[in-house]
Write a protein that binds this ligand. Sequence first.
Ligand code: AMP
Ligand code: ZN
Length: 113
Amino acid sequence: MPDDCLFCRIIRGEIPAKLVAETPECVAFRDIDPQAPTHIVIVPRAHIPTLSDVKDPLIVGQMTRLATDLAKSEGVADSGFRVVVNTNAHGGQTVYHLHMHLLGGRRMGWPPG
Ligand code: AMP
Ligand code: ZN
């Protein structure tokens, strides 16, 4: 759990965030720069830099289940939503602690930018 990782610091409560859910494995909070009416970031408590560094794929399932539960509680499950895991430079990753974006509340475009 690196001292200087932004999301580790949010998980430890050292940096304030709008938490929306906590499970034994994951924490979810509102994105500070929302790109949709609902924009939640779901992170594992364990520091894993990128999706490519995942050793046990169970954690990705746990993150995904939390995303779909939150889509329901946010009221965007039926209208539709998107989950995104930006990975490395061309994927647009800026924070190197694995995270899943849950975006909803508006119609998304395709292809992504
Ligand atoms: P990514 O670009 O996929 O690595 O996503 C990182 C996300 O973290 C971006 O959407 C940022 O807006 C978001 N973010 C950065 N700092 C914070 C913060 N302090 N609290 C909540 N979200 C943040
Ligand atoms: Zn971290």
